[in-house]
Design a binder for this molecule. Sequence first.
Ligand SMILES: Nc1ncnc2c1ncn2[C@@H]1O[C@H](COP(=O)(O)OP(=O)(O)OP(=O)(O)O)[C@@H](O)[C@H]1O
Length: 304
Amino acid sequence: MKRARLIYNPSSGREQMKKHLPYVLDRLEQAGYEASAHATTGKDCAKRAARTACERNFDLVIAAGGDGTINEVVNGIAEQEYRPSLGIIPAGTTNDFARALHIPKDIVEACDILCDGRLQQIDIGKVGNQYFINIAGAGTLTELTYEVPSKLKTMMGQVAYYVKGIEKLPRIRPSRVTIEYDGKWFEGEIMLFLVSNTNSVGGFEKLAPNAYLNDGMFDLLILKKTNLADVVRLVSSALRGDHIFDERVIYVQASRIKVHAEQELHLNVDGEYGGELPGELVNLHNHIQMRVPNKTLPCFQDLY
Ligand SMILES: Nc1ncnc2c1ncn2[C@@H]1O[C@H](COP(=O)(O)OP(=O)(O)OP(=O)(O)O)[C@@H](O)[C@H]1O
């Protein structure tokens, strides 16, 4: 009999997962899985639970929570020789990864995909000994994702990020960096850089419009040094996807990106603090197999 392990974060988003637990387990059993669940208790718990699920040869591992929980589960399975298929139930605040994959928050529809969705190989990123599914980046603005307290997200949802973003704006400073991407170079002062695996980042669905999850490439976005008014203007044009045509923005694809900063610069990996630069970001092509919707999705390039 096939076996499914549900790893869920009871504190994610508006804390709905506990309520849905009996329904999810029942749906998995109906689909022919022997299903069990593990509730996370804090940092790295989902990662450890995912690693154990690999060692115990589960067929399907489901990450239920926000992007942080999915990131931990991916970190738990990425280095294992045997890697189960991955499913997700979006239960976080922003759910960027689920948005990119068109996996709805509705629990019934999310379970339809877990039980009847097709299997698809996806790329993930690696930097140092950490893996990421969505994004890695650095620059003052990227730091806000791990500065918003969980309680505030439970109360305010996505708005909590905007409030924190406005609070941080006056403190944005440029940094001098060297970025080497697939043999090409950029050297200069930047406001931020983002290395994206998907097109949906921080609730901006057109931030990296050419990002595919199965092309073996990252989308690299560099915002060169500019003034505060321009940063605000560019953030608003990023909502429409027009920012990539701006002369202050570099937007390219690359599979291997090395970043060196002259001063202290924090790396943000899938919304969590990812240590100090320098770092090398490597695309691991088709590393994880996922359950995704059966329909044609814009996040996948038709390579055949
Ligand atoms: N039982 C728990 N109580 C409090 N925090 C937890 C618990 N289990 C896991 N965590 C923490 O929650 C983090 C992940 O949160 P997650 O991304 O799932 O939800 P979120 O923060 O509400 O959503 P988003 O990432 O979309 O903002 C983990 O890194 C872990 O440190």
